[in-house]
Design a protein around this ligand. Structure first.
Ligand code: HEM
Length: 371
């Protein structure tokens, strides 16, 4: 047995450069492993679904042990860190903001923002870094439109959206007071279909911050991963784009894993897990599990049946609320790039270097030649 291949430490960044060979070995030989005391790594599709589906057994709230168990502190937890009944209440209030019609109505705005950025690319000479010039700024601009940020606040919002990249420590950042002041104002307004007015002020501020963390880095990674996939698969065309996008999300999910905490002693895939221990549900592995996707699970095959059942957007009560907005944005962004730059190609010798925290994965830079 290959010992190196059978250790996937989710907190070791070097493991996420190319996590897939290790994950394949684990799926085969050790579906639940314990690389750190009290941390269990779950890699098979069926087991990942079991964990994500049941918040009673696998808590999201307890992942954040630094937050005291008080109603005030609860208001500073992101939606993804709550359990029922608090999570159920909040999610029900917020869901109308993500209605299909609201998201579809954004398409012209998304297209306009993508076109403006694409046109600016032309000014570069030689190779252009698509991450710096396109995949990073576009999700910030789209989220600003989704949140109905006014022209007057746009530059500041863009700065905040670039600064806030994770769920911890934001209140200590120099950008926080300005952001909080804007978020308080925004929560009195009509943005997000008026849903913020139904939350208390602290919850609304927390949610507006969480939208940045959930919606900006993941999208940047998804867009970068998609461009690489399409180019490498010789699939740089608008026909069949929705299926190619799903297949890219399945093979290269920007969010590699979700964390949960066991609420009681139990057993998962023959492995005893004690109350309070962490479970890392690796969706990046589940998405390539041959038991679900067949022997060609590692191959890019946009036509495969049941493709939208991949786990890139999670599953169960915490499944991503922004999935429709993400799909729209990926499609429109790719359509604009393909239309403007039909001959776009990766810089010869391009090698993927990852960006992102230990949970996420996308290219740090994407040097391309435009035609
Ligand atoms: C490629 C882009 C994206 C990916 C891969 C992604 C992935 C995910 C995943 C895996 C979860 C579940 C977390 C868990 O189970 O603990 C989630 C939750 C969430 N996402 Fe996304 N997301 C993306 C974009 C967005 C966008 C654009 C928005 C909003 C504008 C958004 C809003 C949310 C929200 C609000 C939740 C929390 C849902 C809940 O806990 O009930 N996401 N996302």
């Amino acid at each position: 047995m290959n010992r190196v291949a059978l250790a996937f430490n989710p907190l070791d960044l070097s493991h996420t450069d190319d996590p897939y060979p290790r994950l394949a070995a684990l799926r085969r030989d050790r579906p639940v492993s314990t690389p750190l005391p009290g941390w269990h790594v779950v890699v098979r599709d069926a087991d990942v679904r079991t964990v994500l589906a049941d918040p009673q057994a696998w808590s999201s709230r307890r992942n954040n042990t630094s937050v005291p168990n008080t109603p005030e502190a609860e208001r500073e937890l992101a939606l993804s860190q709550l359990d029922p009944p608090g999570h159920t209440r909040l999610r029900r209030l917020l869901s109308p903001a993500f209605a299909r019609t609201t998201v579809e109505a954004l398409e012209p705005v998304v297209r306009k923002r993508a076109e403006v950025l694409a046109d600016q690319l032309r000014h570069g000479e030689g190779s252009v870094d698509l991450v710096a010039a396109f995949t990073a700024p576009l999700p910030r601009a789209v989220l600003a439109a989704f949140c109905e940020v006014t022209e007057a606040d746009a530059a500041e919002y863009d700065r905040w959206a670039a600064a806030f990249t994770d769920l911890l420590g934001q209140r200590a950042r120099p950008e926080w007071p300005g952001f909080e002041e804007w978020a308080r104002r925004a929560s009195d307004g009509p943005a997000l279909s008026g849903v913020l007015g139904q939350l208390d002020r602290a919850e609304a501020v927390t949610f507006l911050h969480f939208l940045i963390v959930a919606g900006v880095p993941n999208l940047r990674h998804a867009l970068g991963n998609l461009v690489i996939r399409l180019l490498r698969a010789d699939h740089w065309r608008a026909v069949g784009l929705p299926e190619a996008i799903e297949e890219s999300l399945r093979l290269d999910p920007p969010a590699l894993w979700q964390m949960r905490t066991a609420t009681c002693d139990g057993v998962l895939a023959d492995t005893p897990i004690r109350a309070g221990e962490r479970v890392v549900a690796v969706v990046a592995s589940a998405n390539r599990d041959p038991a679900r996707w067949g022997e060609d699970a590692d191959a890019f095959r946009p036509g495969r049946p049941g493709l939208r059942a991949h786990l890139a957007f999670g599953k169960g009560p915490h499944a991503c609320l922004g999935a429709s907005l993400t799909r729209l944005q990926l499609r429109v962004a790719a359509e604009v790039l393909i239309d403007r730059f039909p001959g776009l190609r990766l810089e010869p010798g391009f090698r993927f270097r990852r960006a992102g925290d230990f949970m996420s994965r996308g290219p740090a830079a994407l040097p391309v030649h435009l035609e």
